[in-house]
Write a protein that binds this ligand. Structure first.
Ligand code: DP6
Length: 345
């Protein structure tokens, strides 16, 4: 029996992935860029056991047996295919590609609440499977088959997912732009507004956007290509102001696309909008861009800032949005519940 346990981090996109050109192969309509968080506070953990004695593949999520979703099955199939290619012609070939797998997965943060749980989950699953079946080489394209954004969690630092041009998806892979050490002062605060499961999942939300939003077509062909080049330059030059401005504009455009979708997909709530206002006011008072927000398919905010500003920003957030519980409202508005302070991997 071979047993492998892996941890994988969440990544937060600053140029968002929203929309597929191929639903099966999970091929996006535009490139995206993200920052990978360190695994200390938010991670997915997966243990994979493979054995010639197992009769079937099994999946346990939080120790409860769950059904193998088609996406998990696709990842497993692809890993076995690569394992069998590796083993061809090798002596001592025990045929491990045929061994069945028992997979145990869990996250230490809310699942499907717009906190990128699927990105960490599938990156972790694929990395653990690859280690167990002795598959080497790029795993981002296999993680992509589980969940698009997962391909970016395979690397640390700042990461780009290239949309690729090939119909088979062979060039739709993630690559590291720079390691975290390139910009060690960058920090991310996560303001947990609501950790309930979202009503419209990313997969169906973006599918609906592809079908109905004209703004999405414009975004993919006319906005993202320039923004990608600009933010790459800002990351390389440690230019926080440009990085922050593009990050906020791209988040705003994602949510504009979601509203341009018919019927609309609404992810941000009143508290999310209050956070947006807070960030712009904070930057105005400081006379420079100290903070940037970004929101995925949920109301929770991710704020990018630099280490030297963390203490003051956290103190200000605690004043403006005093910590509360589910039943506590301030001026009719529910406030962020938790603040998580993250380093990049
Ligand atoms: C808003 O990767 O969850 O977080 O590929 O259908 O599994 P599927 O979608 P998913 O979408 C994430 C969308 C996003 C933006 C991003 O992470 O780039």
């Amino acid at each position: 029996m071979i047993v492998v346990t892996c941890l994988a981090p969440v990544n937060i996109a600053v140029i968002k992935y929203w929309g597929k050109r191929d639903e099966q192969l999970i091929l996006p309509i535009n490139d995206s860029i993200s920052a990978t968080l360190s695994t200390d506070q938010m991670n997915a953990k997966t243990t994979v056991m493979i054995s010639p004695n197992f009769e079937k593949d099994l999946l346990f999520f939080f120790r409860e047996e769950s059904c193998m979703s088609p996406r998990v099955q696709v990842c497993l199939k692809e890993i076995r295919k690569r394992a069998s290619e590796n083993l061809k012609g090798k002596k001592n070939n025990q045929g491990i590609d045929l061994w069945k797998a028992h997979i145990c997965s869990e996250n230490n943060f809310p699942t499907a609440a717009g906190l990128a749980s699927s990105s960490a989950g599938y990156a972790c699953l694929v990395t653990a499977l690859a280690k167990a079946y002795n598959v080497e080489g790029d795993c981002s394209s296999i993680a992509r088959l589980g969940s698009g954004s997962a391909c970016r969690s395979v690397f640390g630092g700042f990461v780009r997912w290239h949309k690729g041009n090939q119909g088979d998806g062979s060039d739709s892979i993630a690559t590291q732009i720079v390691p975290a050490s390139h910009w060690p002062s960058i920090r991310i605060l996560i303001l947990v507004v609501n950790d309930a499961r979202k009503k419209v999942g990313s997969t169906s939300g973006m599918q609906r956007s592809v079908e109905t939003s004209q703004l999405l077509q414009h975004r993919a062909s006319h906005v993202v290509p320039q923004r990608t080049e600009q933010i790459l330059k800002a990351i390389k030059n440690h230019d926080f102001e440009t990085f922050a401005e593009i990050t906020m504009k791209d988040s705003n455009q994602l949510h504009s696309v979601c509203l341009d979708t018919y019927p609309p997909a609404v992810y941000m709530n009143d508290v999310s909008h209050t956070i947006v206002e807070f960030v712009h006011s904070y930057n105005k008072i400081k006379g420079t861009t100290k903070l940037a927000y970004t929101f995925d398919a949920g109301p929770n905010a991710c704020l990018f800032l630099q280490e030297e500003d963390v203490a003051e920003v956290v103190a200000t957030i605690k004043q403006v949005f005093p910590p509360t519980n589910e039943n506590n409202y301030i001026r009719g508005i529910k406030v962020p519940e938790k603040i998580l302070d993250k380093d990049l991997v």
